[in-house]
Design a protein around this ligand. Sequence first.
Ligand code: AVJ
Length: 308
Amino acid sequence: MNSEFLQDVLAGLRLPQKELPPKYFYDAQGSKYFDQICELEEYYPYRTELRLLPQVGKELQAYFREKSITGIQLVEFGAGSLHKVKPILQELTMVKQFTAIDISGEHLKAASAELADIFPDLPIKAAQGDFTKPMQLELSDATPMGFFPGSTIGNFDPDDALDFLRNARVTLGSGSYMLLGVDTKKDQQMLEDAYDDSSNVTARFNKNILTRINRELDANFDPDQFEHVAVYNQQLGRIEMHLRSRTDQQVEIAGESFQFEKGETIHTENSYKYHPAEFEQLASSAGWTRECLWLAPDDIFAVMLLSS
Ligand code: AVJ
């Protein structure tokens, strides 16, 4: 049995406000649901960022040429399906090497193989590890540029986002760059619709974590007895996802009992939203300077280039 998963689940559910870490959404089924989320009309972040990236790649090529930089070593943090790096590699032809860092090895291997078919001359490395910590990478003499798309940084509390940005600076070294996708603060309805879609795909994604706990940790959740909730917390600038108990109930996990009152929730995810200036402030506290900013129409998504 996966004991780190078990310990995280037990610790989270013993808290007065029960919670589960969002990284456990992504088993095989959860990853499929996430791909479906990315196809939803309501879920604007995925396609909005993807549409920005060809222009970002073009302008990066000009930007680095201007700085007499001739080679880039691209390092993607938490690389999943590697869809986002393709438009960058297409345009930023000075990339000499691509390294993808991810915890789960298997998915990454398949994705790297697919990327190798499209870019046969590009050396591709898959590094397995926890990208939230400083890491030892094999750095070449090309200029390192980190890549963290999708507003995945929004899953971190601001303190953890700061740590991540500091650690990434250590991992990439001095003279490095970082290209980040950040979802912006916007109309509350648009935000909530993106996380509570009319086809209930996000609801299935959220409840799947209970199914996974049942299967992997010997538990007896009835996912139908929980309701998907997504609300924008204006005060904290974040979308919160919860699973709300429909009744008073008790659940057994690896021999331990957990009580749920009707209406009580398990907090499963935060997705922080930043005004571009707010994010620049955070990045600068971590030692990064904002060099470029690309905004999608109506400022609904931002891509930023930082330098260390
Ligand atoms: C993968 C963390 C960027 O926060 O928008 C999508 C995850 N959760 N719908 C996000 C997610 C519900 C997504 N990130």
